[in-house]
Design a protein around this ligand. Structure first.
Ligand code: C5P
Length: 227
């Protein structure tokens, strides 16, 4: 078994999931979108009235965490795994700007992180995994053979995110998307538990001026050097 673990971290909307999916497909590896797991917990908290614009009932969320069961099921038509919350497919529901507004607050809770990190380590224990998130190379798999840290300018990222939401049919305003990307990055880098930071041994890839094809070939070269 010469399979490796590939950890991809970085700020919001830096194209982590796009390249992670491409790599997983190319290598025949499993792709795990850890952001989807935090989004599913945020969605759970929102649906139970534990978080809204008026506040966050962190204690209640923590009390209910044992009832939160997150799983993935591969969708052949889509070519990647979709996320399920207590057996219900929530893939579409977790991608809204609404969920994006609360997810970083929920993801800063240590009990939430502890639960999800444990599950992520379990999912990647046999290697052959491409995992993307904010703390994969630093906390989840500090021994990953290849660590990438993706970056791009905030405007480039907001533009991409905005296009994605518009294509989905969401009515969003560009400035609100930009503000959300900046706010999440702030919370993610300033939280006490596992803040977003580049691991010392991670390779930084700035894709502001790379096409998807260029980015893939740059990263594939790094993978092939590691294999
Ligand atoms: O990757 P995505 O943008 O969907 O992640 C949503 C949010 O989930 C991030 O802004 C961050 O607050 C949180 N997250 C995290 N740790 C991870 C993955 C995501 O805290 N490993």
């Amino acid at each position: 078994n010469n399979k490796i673990t590939i950890a991809i971290d970085g700020f919001s909307s830096t194209g982590k999931s796009t390249v992670a999916k491409q790599l997983a497909k190319h290598l025949g590896y499993v792709y795990v979108d850890t952001g989807a797991m935090y989004r599913a917990v945020a969605y759970y908290a929102m649906s139970h009235g534990f978080i809204d614009e008026n506040g966050f009932d962190k204690v209640s969320l923590i009390e209910h965490l044992e009832n939160v069961n997150i799983s993935f099921k591969f969708n052949d038509a889509l070519g990647f795994a979709e996320v399920y919350l207590n057996g219900v497919n929530v893939e579409k529901k977790i991608r809204t700007l609404e969920v994006s507004k609360f997810v970083s607050t929920v993801a800063a809770v240590s009990e939430v992180r502890h639960k999800l990190v444990e599950q992520q380590q379990q999912m990647g224990k046999d290697k052959g995994v491409v995992m993307d998130g904010r703390d994969i190379g630093t906390v989840v798999f500090p021994d990953a053979e290849l660590k990438l840290f993706m970056t791009a300018s905030a405007e480039t990222r907001a533009q991409r995110r905005y296009k994605e939401l518009v294509v989905r049919g969401d009515e969003v305003v560009y400035n609100e998307v930009l503000k959300n990307v900046q706010e999440r990055d702030y919370i993610d880098t300033h939280r006490e538990d596992s803040p977003l930071v580049k691991a010392d041994d991670a390779i930084e890839v700035d894709n502001s001026n790379l096409t998807l094809e260029e980015q893939f070939s740059v990263i594939l070269e790094l993978v092939n050097k590691t294999l």
